[in-house]
Design a protein around this ligand. Structure first.
Ligand code: SF4
Ligand code: MSK
Length: 629
């Protein structure tokens, strides 16, 4: 019997998504959910992580059945080796994504220092000087440009292989640094750890699964405390440190009477310029002359998060809303940089008047319009993109427009600096609230959507479960829009929190779920953990904290999970990585890492059970600190 097609209500918890899935179906447009159905069931070997394509004596499929004749690859690699190598390369891919993003920010700061750009500026001299001092650069009595130049050099050095440890490890508690040294996973250089992972996983190198896994931890640490952290900090220096502000979210932020430009990807370098161009009065006049009421820039995924955090622009949606946003028929252009951009969006855009515009030399899409953006031409290119979007508006088919929701209010902008300022300049009120049990613990819920999970059911469900237990929730990435749409990113959200959390957030006038930014901004959460641990004189693994990625899909999310665990934070994943074909690797991830780095992964698809596991961990850590459960 043919399988019943899934109803939109089974695919997502959101009405705006349901409406657009129906519209897409009616208009013959396919989405990720349709393609997932056709890809299911997936290859079992790949799901278990036991396929290897690392040389052409293969490809090999390693059977996990004990009596199989196929339990070794041609070279003799067994399931443990193959799974560990595949997982290592997966983590290296994620670390490379975040860190190459970080490098792009160094290049922009370098262009500012060299006078090679008129479009970007140092907008936070105080932060630049502060982080320069933090990494050991002399700042007293020096010109800002000299300090910036030295900071650029320091950051570039973090990518190379001349160092024994990264500059921002000064933010890591001493106990943890000693542990990393003892285990041999102190990250030395971002590019070095990534390149070494590729080397180790070449045929005939690291054929000891636990050893390969340790290097994946080192590789991920170079992302979390290196590439990502540089990305976050330099973005703040160039575009401003986020401060709390209000905005709105869901597909209702797309405006029927405006030229709608959606920015998508991760890096603020392009999207900030698009926003600047959209505010140029002559371009606004051009849009009006074309019959629109103005120009509306809204965000998707993490570049949206970057602009939301700093500029308060509205958020149209997260990962699984990206195709659906175009289906509204009211999007003039989707302007992308890189990462998490489904190639299918080119096709969806072609079904409408929508321009799909790429901007990065390293992320071109066949069939897209390409306006390459560099520091020296950024505003000119952004202006041309906005002009193209205005032209697209004149081609919009008004009969196909459907905007399915009213926007929901959200609050954003909780950088660590903003959190400290809300607390009166010191962590003491937060620590006191933790000690008193009003905030029993803190969990970062981060990451993506995955069509294998009903969209945002677990992202929102887990957040609500934790709030009830007086656990403060921090969000980044695509969980942001989920939490926002669920009403958790406004101060009124405290009604869904337990009494203690309600009291603390109510007194501060903040939401019970705080938005800390984009995927690279998970480094803010790591930094915050470091600050709290140092203040208490303990290791990060002693803190009543946890991490979770309930609906993750990407290599980058795995890298985030790995650096969280290696930093001492137990991390929940809603779906397993492709490692289950090796008992050794699975056992190390789920248990063994606890003995090595003081934290481990848990995999649990049921968000209520996941909340219980995180809660149990928090209880254990509280008792360890001599606090009430
Ligand atoms: Fe097969 Fe070994 Fe080559 Fe992998 S490295 S494809 S297991 S022969
Ligand atoms: S965009 S990595 S889908 S969070 Fe950062 Fe969202 Fe996950 Fe991409």
């Amino acid at each position: 019997m043919a399988k019943e097609p899934k109803r939109p209500e089974d695919l997502s918890i959101w009405e705006d998504a349901h409406a657009m899935i129906r519209k897409a179906k009616a208009e013959g447009i396919e989405t990720a959910w349709d393609r997932l159905e056709r890809q299911t069931p997936h290859c079992k070997f790949c799901e278990l992580g036991t396929t290897c394509r690392n040389c052409i004596m293969g490809p090999c499929r390693i059977s996990t059945k004990p009596d199989s004749k196929m339990n070794l690859g041609v070279c003799g690699a067994d399931a443990d080796v193959v799974v560990a190598r595949n997982f290592g390369r997966f983590i290296a891919g994620g670390s490379a994504g975040h860190s190459d993003h970080g490098r792009d920010l160094i290049e922009v700061l370098d262009a500012i220092v060299q006078g090679d750009t008129e479009h970007y500026h140092i907008s936070e001299p105080e932060k630049l000087t502060r982080i320069a001092a933090e990494v050991g650069i002399a700042t007293e009595g020096r010109e800002l440009n000299e300090i910036a130049s030295d900071l650029v050099d320091e950051c570039y050095k973090d990518f190379g292989s001349r160092r024994s440890s990264l500059a921002f490890l000064s933010r890591v508690p001493e106990q943890r640094r000693v542990l990393w040294d003892r285990v041999g996973i102190t990250p030395r250089g971002v590019d070095r750890e990534i390149a070494e992972m590729m080397h180790r996983t070449h045929m005939g190198c690291d054929n000891d699964a636990p050893n390969t896994l340790l290097h994946s931890a080192r590789c991920a640490l170079s992302d979390g405390w290196g590439g990502s952290m540089i990305g976050t900090e330099l973005s703040d220096v160039i575009f401003g440190t986020p401060t709390p502000s209000r905005s709105v979210s869901n597909l209702g932020v797309i405006k029927e009477d405006k030229v709608n430009i959606l920015v998508h990807g991760h890096n603020p370098v392009v999207s900030e310029m698009i926003l600047a161009a959209a505010r140029i009065p002559e371009l606004v006049e051009k849009a009006k002359a074309a019959g629109a009421a103005g120009i509306n820039v809204a965000g998707l995924c993490c570049t949206g998060n970057e602009l939301l955090m700093r500029q308060g622009i509205p958020m149209a949606g997260n990962h699984l809303m990206t195709e659906l946003a175009i289906v509204t028929g009211a999007v003039e252009s989707v302007v992308v940089d890189y990462q998490c951009i489904m190639p299918s969006m080119v096709t969806v855009a072609q079904c409408y008047h929508t321009r799909f515009i790429t901007t990065a030399e390293k992320a071109k899409f066949t069939g897209a319009m390409h306006f390459e953006v560099h520091p020296h031409n950024a505003l000119e290119q952004a202006t041309a993109i906005v002009e193209e979007s205005i032209k697209a508006y004149t081609e919009r088919d008004k009969g196909r427009v459907e905007i399915p929701a009213e926007p929901v209010e959200i609050m954003t902008g909780f950088s660590n600096e903003a959190i400290l300022s809300a607390l009166g300049g010191t962590l003491t009120p937060l620590i006191d609230a933790i000690k008193a049990g009003k905030i029993r613990g803190i969990v970062g819920i981060v990451g993506c959507n995955n069509p294998k999970v009903k969209q945002d059911s677990a992202n929102v469900g887990l957040a609500k479960e934790l709030l009830k237990r007086d656990i403060l929730v921090l969000v980044t990435g695509c969980v942001t829009t989920a939490a926002g749409k669920a009403g958790l990113l406004v101060p009124e959200g405290i009604e869904m929190a337990g009494e203690g959390l309600k009291e603390v957030c109510g007194a501060l006038g903040i939401p019970p779920v705080l938005h800390l930014g984009s995927c690279v901004d998970n480094s803010r959460i790591m930094h915050l953990c470091g600050l709290v641990a140092k203040e208490l004189g303990v290791d990060i693994s002693d803190l009543p904290v946890g991490a979770s990625s309930p609906e993750w899909y990407s290599e980058k999310a795995a890298a985030i999970g790995m650096y969280a665990v290696a930093s001492g934070v137990m991390t929940h994943l809603g779906l397993p990585p492709n490692i289950l074909g090796s008992e050794t690797v699975t056992n190390i991830a789920l248990e063994g890492l606890e003995d090595i780095v003081g934290a481990h992964f848990v995999v649990e698809g049921d968000y209520v059970k996941a909340a219980e596991l995180l809660d149990a961990r928090i209880r254990m850590k509280r008792v360890g600190l001599g606090l009430s459960e």
